[in-house]
Design a protein around this ligand. Structure first.
Ligand code: HEC
Ligand code: HEC
Length: 91
């Protein structure tokens, strides 16, 4: 019998990784933390989930839905690698 099971697990792992990547917790952890932003020198970039939902009129929208980037990273350089040049993707 051909062994299809290993490729099945590869697919599973890929889905799991995608789901794991699909978070904006890191963005919020920094952009919703006034003290941290002040220390970094950008107090004006304070953004929270509530502000975004109110302004965009979309509930449960995540930072990465528009801005891409790495929502798992807690340092700003790796977090915002991959952001479009003007900050958000336009669809
Ligand atoms: C550790 C803190 C930190 C994290 C984590 C972080 N940011 Fe930022 N972000 C900053 C700071 C500081 C700036 C301003 C400096 C800069 O643009 O490099 C900024 C700037 C931005 C800007 C404006 C960029 C521009 O060119 O005007 C956007 C949009 C943004 N961040 C989105 C995100 C998103 C989306 C994530 C998660 C994927 C994220 N940030 C994660 C600290 C952070
Ligand atoms: C519905 C799409 C959308 C979502 C969701 C979204 N943003 Fe934005 N964001 C934008 C756009 C578009 C801009 C650029 C606005 C402009 O150029 O005036 C922007 C601008 C920014 C800026 C720069 C603000 C400035 O004053 O220069 C930061 C920082 C930022 N967003 C962070 C976030 C964070 C953090 C989240 C998640 C909590 C988030 N955004 C969710 C579309 C979005």
């Amino acid at each position: 019998m051909p062994c299809w099971c290993s490729s099945f697990f590869v697919v599973l792992a890929a889905f799991g990784y995608k789901a794991w990547q699909n978070t904006s917790a890191g963005c919020i952890g920094c952009h919703s933390d006034r003290k941290k932003l002040e220390k970094l020198g950008y107090p004006g970039l304070y953004v929270t989930q509530e502000i975004v939902e109110k302004q965009s009129h979309h509930q449960n929208v995540t930072c990465r839905d528009c801005h891409l980037g790495n929502g798992r990273a807690t340092d700003m350089k790796p977090a915002m690698r991959g952001l479009p040049p003007d900050g958000a993707k336009r669809t």
